[in-house]
Design a protein around this ligand. Structure first.
Ligand code: PGA
Length: 241
């Protein structure tokens, strides 16, 4: 069972090679060589995997997406085998930007999860309600529906869920610790037999609000967008001195 806290910097469609090199150097300096009690993951664009790969093993790589098919005539897609081959360990699946802007629904996400498992990649499966769903009192129902996508995912395999309410992403309006506690409780109740489940929170996380969201809420770490573009903020959120 993985018990260490997990912090994932999702760069989305940002940064170029010189930025990636500076970022990796700065993060490496900040972490140093001492013991590291948390797990750090960086999710750059596919083109920057080699620039961000940490040869000292202090952080690992995540992909922001994966193809739903294994191989073949799917122009523009990147397969799970290609990600594994490129040294990737995690894959973000079902980010709300993929669901909303690229119309990814439950059937395609279930196939992406299956492709990850076939290649030993660890999925970071994102769930979360929109503002309208929250206002309508549907938050729990939305999480229940999105978690149902995991029906065929092996229960004994390690799983990372990211609770990312859509209204909190990139808005500067993070969920409260109480919101997170409620969501974590519900997610754990939906997956009672998962022995190795970590739940991240994502949405406007900063060095200023990180520690209260981690305190007694059931949150095991963060999926970080904007603040993850700066290695200093990323390390501060992760509590790396
Ligand atoms: P944010 O993004 O931290 O910029 O709100 C979070 C995410 O989209 O994962």
């Amino acid at each position: 069972m993985s018990s260490s806290r997990l912090f994932v910097a999702n760069w989305k469609m940002n940064l170029l090679r010189p930025d990636a090199q500076r970022y990796s150097e700065a993060l490496g300096r900040r972490i140093g060589n001492g013991p590291l009690e948390v797990e750090l993951v960086v999710a750059p664009s596919f083109t920057l995997f080699d620039a961000v790969r940490d040869r000292a093993g202090r952080w690992s790589l995540a992909a922001q997406d994966v193809a739903s098919e294994s191989e073949g005539a799917y122009t523009g897609e990147v397969s799970a085998s290609m990600l594994a081959d490129a040294g990737c360990r995690y894959v973000i699946v079902g980010h709300s930007e993929r669901r909303r802007l690229f119309a990814e629904g439950d059937p395609v996400l279930a196939r992406k999860l299956a492709r990850c498992r076939e290649k030993g990649l660890l999925p970071i499966y994102c769930v979360g309600e929109t503002e309208a769903e929250r206002t309508a009192g549907l938050s729990a129902a939305v999480l229940t529906r999105q978690v149902a996508t995991l029906a065929d995912d092996p229960e004994e395999a390690p799983l990372v869920l990211a609770y990312e309410p859509v209204w909190a992403i990139g808005t500067g309006k993070a969920a409260t610790p109480e919101d997170c506690r409620t969501a974590c409780l519900h997610l754990k109740q939906l997956l009672p037999r998962r022995a190795d489940l970590r739940i991240l929170y994502g949405g406007s996380v900063t060095p200023g609000n990180a520690s209260e969201i981690l305190t007694d809420t059931g949150v095991d770490g963060f999926l970080i967008g904007g603040a993850g573009l700066d290695p200093g903020s990323f390390a501060a959120i992760a509590g790396v001195p």
